[in-house]
Write a protein that binds this ligand. Sequence first.
Ligand SMILES: [Zn+2]
Length: 401
Amino acid sequence: MRVTWSGGDLTFRLDPEDEITGHASDGHPVKLAINSCSLSDVPDDAHPDLFAVAAWTVVAPWTRRRVTFDRAVSPEVAAALHDGWGIEAGPVGAEPRRAGSTLAISYSGGADSVAAATVYPDAPFVHFQRVPHARVPNRWPHYRSDVLAKLARGTGRDLTIVRSDLEYTLAEPRPGYPEHQAVAAGALLSADRLGLGGLGFGYEMGSRWLGGGRYLLRYTPDNDLWAPHGKWGRLFATVGVHIVLPVGGVSEAVTMRLALGSDLKDSVRWCLRGTDGPCRTCGKCLYKELIQAAIERRPLDTPITADRPVARKWMRPPPYGGQEMIQYGLARVPGIEDTLFATALTYFDVSEESTSWLDHCYPRAIEEIPEPWREQAAAFMAADVGFMTDDEVRRVESWGS
Ligand SMILES: [Zn+2]
């Protein structure tokens, strides 16, 4: 793989051993559509390691043996690429970047992201805004990235918006991030300008510790995507931008409660369709409605009926993505047995007691936050959430077994 940057324009050329099909780090199959993309409003004099890691978030799935950057990188970045991916990276010959002191939040506007922001009320935001690619048709025009950017502006936080078409580098699934970390490409290139030492993501306990959307359904302390000691965590650390998960120890029930109870509640938007609010008819809206109804202890309020295609997966047996939250909702929503979740309910023996661990914070998630930002997260969780008991910790660590 050969990588070239011109300002914020990235071009990459595959070597003979490279392939246009691959897998993201979460195992999801991906297919390449086009070998160029761009990021707007990023400095062109960022540290070379930042250019290298930003590029790697886009080219990693296609690279088989080596990656050649257009400027020398530090031995530390080359070592992290070798140790994590078995890739030879070069040329080598730069001093590593030193970490700054600022923690920014990679802000999407979703409930998890807003919850992460409430942990650090003074943290600046970096928002990734999808824009169409000049040479790839936009087949997803209902995705209102302009609305999300407007909501981000309305938060009043110090905000950097990076516009990018990098999701159109994928043919399948399209559009989408080649790696989840690609959402941070613009933040990486802006790291010197913002003095970044850490970047906070809204990934919650399910994504970090319970196998996440990958349907693994097992405890994942060594999660390669988000653990500080996983391959991405180590790579980001070498460029002085530590991955921080402020809400990595709490469930989506807690992130939703925090988000809807925060002063950013009017900016929360988890649905990517529609302009005036959540569409209420997509699969994501249905999943979030189950959680919201559970925390508000009210009946399910959805126009979706059991015969709709979006309801189909709830007619089938588990596993379900976000299964811990399904169990939480089934245990708490009044009248759930008379809704489209009635079938799912028959597969689980759940109660408020058996799901109460999802209301508390898993302590190891706080311990792995880098020292400069740990105490604030610990104080927040102690005051606003509460930590798990030993029994509840065992629920996390025996998940799926
Ligand atoms: Zn929706």
